[in-house]
Design a protein around this ligand. Sequence first.
Ligand code: AMP
Length: 184
Amino acid sequence: MRIILFGPPGAGKGTQAKLIEKEFGIPQLSTGEMFRAAIRNETPLGKKVKVIMDEGKLVPDDTVVDLVEEALDKPEFEKGYILDGFPRTVPQADAFDSLLKKHGKKLVAFLSLEVPEEELMRRILSRGEGRSDDTPEKVKTRLEVYNDETAPVLNYYKKKGLYKAIDGIGTVDEIYQRIANVLK
Ligand code: AMP
């Protein structure tokens, strides 16, 4: 089962992806976590993306697509995966589409976690994960980037008939149940 978990920053993608991973036994692939690991490990990729991430901007599409393509080649992702934080632009969605076609694979759902903007800011500023991009100014940039560059991805999958809206307001369990109902 191949799923995209989509939504603005602070919608709860990471939390829900981990729950789906645990309950359905499908591994999660989070581009944001991969970049944070690269920064922690001071790899060449980490050095390249640090400033961009710290500013709350998007890493260039070709860098992200190369990373995802390489990761998805691993045997653990052969039977399926949950994408968290990718695709985040229409060119990334196009590249992912080509990748799926190349491997003869299909996406089963594009789950969109829907949360009003005021609530997103509140959640991010109270989550206390110590992320350098979780400050009010950076969150503002990330939300603007989301509206300008990422939100159009939603229409891309609507047109493909894969879009499923998930009400992202409620407890972690309530939201997870909504997702589980759609996936079952
Ligand atoms: P996230 O953990 O998904 O909130 O991602 C944190 C940061 O990583 C984002 O603000 C971007 O700078 C970068 N990033 C993660 N995924 C992508 C992506 N698919 N395209 C571009 N930048 C990304």
